[in-house]
Design a protein around this ligand. Structure first.
Ligand code: KG4
Ligand code: ZN
Length: 336
């Protein structure tokens, strides 16, 4: 019988200090997330310098908590996985250096993990993968369609040419004076409003699976600006509903078309925006007409966490991937 595998993972790419311990790539024994949202809220976005300082303060406490929750000690750990990029360089560095120091001190193999691979593998903590699969990753920093032929193999078939989907949600929320992060607030407001403003949909060239949200963002700014100039009261719920309808329609249609085009066996969604109720409903509707199963992770696995890094790290470790002592934070790391 194969020995159980235990991966300790660290994720500090943005504003969450996260440590997790995962058994055999799928079973979450501990998933500790120390969120900094309250510290960044008053600035309306993540302040990189503040994020790094918080990571320094939180990392040791979060590690101890993970071991306590998993009821394990260092002897049990087979390898340390860490997010090496992309993300905020100062934030990533805290996690990477912590992982390197621990790997050296405890004599454990080190595995650098791509943040997006982590978001994709969050799904495997709940549903086994069926290859080839298509993943839609929609977060504060990313909007990507990734095809996977097998474990650990990633091919980006479409990506945003300007803003990420989550970034668009956060910017529109800010225009509507909603707190940061704005995505969940837009989601909630959208459910109360009517999709009555015909905001643009950026389909781009025929056959392209790329995205663009900057035109939509400008259209929302113009609508608000014009209303203000005319002295009209704006209906924030209707703006939220119309904006969300545009984002959701483009994301769900392109995902549907890409899934058929590449003849995949499974579609999965990942990243903070995958928590969006409108998007979940639209994708469920699209894929209900097909025999392609759609895997939707539970809300707490959509946003940044370290269990997802452990899940991706587990596969990389099995495949023999190792990082050296020269592992560095790479803010613009490409997925491969
Ligand atoms: O994956 P994530 O936690 O961090 C990044 O790697 O970026 O994603 C955060 C993003 C934020 O832009 C946030 O507004 C968005 O996910 N988000 C949502 C929802 N929940 C979080 N966007 C739309 N609807 C939601 N329900
Ligand atoms: Zn993320």
């Amino acid at each position: 019988m194969k020995k159980d595998q235990f991966i300790l993972a660290i994720e500090t790419s943005c504003d969450e200090t996260a440590v997790a311990i995962v058994k055999n790539g799928k079973e979450v024994l501990a998933n500790i997330v120390a969120s900094q949202i309250d510290s960044h809220k008053r600035f309306g976005g993540v302040v990189p310098e503040i994020a790094s300082r918080h990571h320094v303060e939180e990392i040791t406490i979060t590690l101890e908590e993970a071991f306590r929750e998993a009821q394990l000690d260092w002897d049990a750990i087979d390898a340390i996985a860490v997010t090496e990029g992309p993300g905020l360089v100062g934030a990533l560095l805290i996690g990477v250096n912590a992982a390197k120091a621990l790997a050296f001190a405890k004599n454990k193999p080190l595995v650098g993990v791509h943040h997006i691979a982590g978001h994709i593998y969050a799904n495997r903590l709940e549903n086994e993968f069926a290859f080839p699969l298509l993943a839609l990753i929609v977060s504060g920093g990313h909007t990507e369609l990734v095809r996977m032929k097998e474990h650990g193999h990633y091919e980006v078939i479409g990506e945003t040419r300007d803003d990420a989907a989550g970034e668009a949600f956060d910017k529109v929320a800010r225009m509507l004076d909603l707190p940061y992060p704005g995505g969940p607030h837009i989601d909630r407001l959208a459910a109360e409003g009517k999709d009555e403003i015909p905001f643009p949909r950026a389909w781009l060239e025929q056959g392209s699976f790329d995205f663009s949200f900057s035109g939509l963002k400008s259209a929302v700014i113009n609508t608000l600006h014009n209303a203000k100039q005319r002295g009209e009261k704006i209906n924030a719920a209707n703006i939220a509903a119309s904006f969300q309808a545009s984002v959701v329609e483009v994301l769900s249609k392109k995902t549907y078309e890409a899934a058929l085009h590449y003849d995949v066996k499974q579609v999965i969604i990942a990243g903070g925006v995958a928590a969006n109720k409108g998007l979940r409903t639209a994708l469920n509707r699209e894929f209900a007409q097909t025999d392609i199963p759609l895997a939707v992770p539970s809300l707490k696995l959509c946003t940044d966490n370290a269990a997802m890094i452990a899940a991706a790290g587990s596969v990389a470790f099995e495949q023999g991937r190792r990082s050296g002592w020269d592992l560095n934070a790479n803010p613009s790391l490409l997925i491969k």
